[in-house]
Design a binder for this molecule. Structure first.
Ligand SMILES: Cc1ncc(COP(=O)(O)O)c(C=O)c1O
Length: 484
């Protein structure tokens, strides 16, 4: 196919050039009906492209024209059998992956570091998850790759009959799993491998990056093109990698989780990002890699700063690392990740993607500049020299995660009657809410699981350390909903 084409974007522009008398939705009629303040902030172009299923513009839910062609171009570029545009992010892609591979009561395997959209998919489908723990890298307080042997063990433990395995790779920190091996194990046991590749759609465009999920033969994957590959926020792709997946069932499930008024602005941005990657992806990744390598080199020279690089990764047995995630820590200076993130912004207006108790994470893309990198390095250097910010070296955080006993599956738990009790009394009860300490974002408890005395104590330890606990409606966690 001609990857230089942008069929959807071209059709949108051509439609606007025809100066139509417009009686469709959306009601703002190009820029004419938009608030002057919004026009001043956005410019007019975006409103000209904010259209619906007008003449020549196809229909996402029954794509036969320009959207279909744009999706086919995407599938070809990433090496998939079929690609679907998503306008509700990888969140809805993950939900559709669960719905498309496991029905009510069917077993699936889910690593405990799965994104919450996988849980939402489990609630919708009624599938029965069994959980596996990803590897934990104590020194960096990082959760990461899923060991293929853990998946094999779970199959051997009686996981036969399991329909699908869900793996997130790369993680937010750029940690990649050995998807080829995991896929082979899944296929030996008649299961499909579904990958949350929200952070990895750029991996396909340089041999210096780890291989992408589709290159490793996975069956389904969802990718946030908006995170690392240049499209607008919320625009993602769901990609089918093999004939083990029923494409009509995937298409039907996407109708469950996507709007019937998908944004043409978002879809056009997918079309255009795909064209850029097709024409210039190699150079784009080369530039990003050069910036990231330079940043790592300079950061490592700053006294007290540790950088997660390939050398460290091989020492702590991370399968592979995406070099475009810059993960660093000032733990030896006694500066935690949250504080470092604040200082970088307060002092030098350097805005970083993520922080945890120890680390800061920057996403480096082709759109960054040497000036951005110099600002980051300069800011970290200044902080490292300002003794007033320093403290005692941080001790690695010790995590003791144990998998709780399950009383109900996520769907049963979600719809079950719940009452609110004091957290102090909750040991021995069945949780009605998730309990997720951030970081590391690994749920200690899913709804429907038993809050054993041991797990109750683990949650208490997290609270005492001041970690933010996500999940319970009562953010103070003085109370919690339990299932009765
Ligand atoms: C691992 C992972 N999966 C899925 C998602 C959801 O992706 P999106 O923001 O495209 O809906 C995120 C969002 O940060 C994520 O980190």
């Amino acid at each position: 196919m001609d990857q230089g084409r942008t069929p959807l974007l071209d059709a949108i522009v051509e439609f606007g050039n025809g100066e139509p008398a417009y009686f469709r939705i959306p009601g703002h009629r190009f820029e004419q009906g938009v608030s002057p303040r919004l026009r001043a902030a956005f410019g007019d172009g975006v409103f000209r492209c904010d259209l619906s299923e007008a003449e020549g513009l196809d229909d996402l839910h029954q794509a036969e024209g320009v959207i279909r062609e744009a999706q086919e171009l995407a599938a070809e570029l990433w090496g998939a059998r079929e690609a679907f545009f998503l306008v509700n992010g990888t969140t809805c892609g993950n939900e559709a992956m669960v719905l498309s591979t496991a029905r009510q009561g069917e077993r699936v395997m889910v690593p405990r570091n799965a994104h919450k959209s996988i849980l939402m998919g489990l609630i919708m489908s009624g599938a029965e998850p069994c959980y596996v723990m990803p590897q934990y890298y104590e020194e960096w307080n990082l959760w990461g790759s899923v060991d293929p042997e853990e998946i094999r063990k779970e199959f051997n433990r009686g996981g036969d009959g399991c329909k699908a395995v869900f793996v997130v790779s790369p993680t937010y920190y750029g940690v990649c799993s050995d998807l080829r091996k995991i896929g082979n194990i899944c296929h030996e046991h008649g299961a499909v491998l579904c990958v949350d590749e929200a952070h990895g759609s750029h991996l396909y465009f340089s041999d210096l990056l780890p291989e992408g999920a589709l290159q490793q033969g996975v069956d389904l994957c969802s990718q946030s093109i908006h995170k690392t590959a240049g499209s607008l926020t919320q625009s993602s792709l769901l990609q089918i990698g093999s004939d083990r997946v029923d494409r009509d069932w995937v298409a039907a499930n996407l109708q469950m989780v996507q709007s019937t008024s998908p944004s043409y602005v978002l879809m056009a941005s997918l079309d255009a990002a795909r064209q850029e990657l097709a024409l210039h992806g190699g150079e784009m990744m080369e530039k990003a890699l050069e910036l990231a390598d330079g940043a790592r080199r300079e950061l490592k020279r700053i006294p007290g700063i540790q950088v997660l690089d390939r050398e460290v990764a091989s020492k702590i047995k991370i399968h592979q690392l995406d070099p475009l995630r810059l993960v660093f820590s000032a733990r030896e200076l006694g500066i935690g990740g949250y504080r470092m993130q604040e200082l970088l912004y307060e002092q030098d207006v350097v805005s970083t993607e993520l922080a945890d108790e120890e680390n800061v994470v920057c996403v480096i893309t082709f759109a960054n500049t040497m000036q951005d990198i110099n600002r980051l390095i300069g800011a970290v250097k200044r902080i490292s020299e300002q003794k007033e910010f320093h403290g005692k070296p941080l001790k690695p955080v010790e995590w003791t995660f144990s998998l709780p006993d399950k009383a109900l599956n996520p769907r049963e738990a979600y719809f079950h009657k719940k009452v609110t009790v004091n957290w102090a009394d909750a040991a021995g009860m069945v949780a009605g809410e998730m309990i997720v300490p951030y970081p590391p974002g690994i749920p200690l408890i899913y709804p429907g699981e038993l809050i054993s005395r041991e797990i109750w104590q683990q949650v208490e330890d997290c609270r005492r350390r001041g970690l933010s606990i996500h999940g319970p409606a009562d953010r103070s966690m003085n109370t919690i909903q339990i299932i009765v």
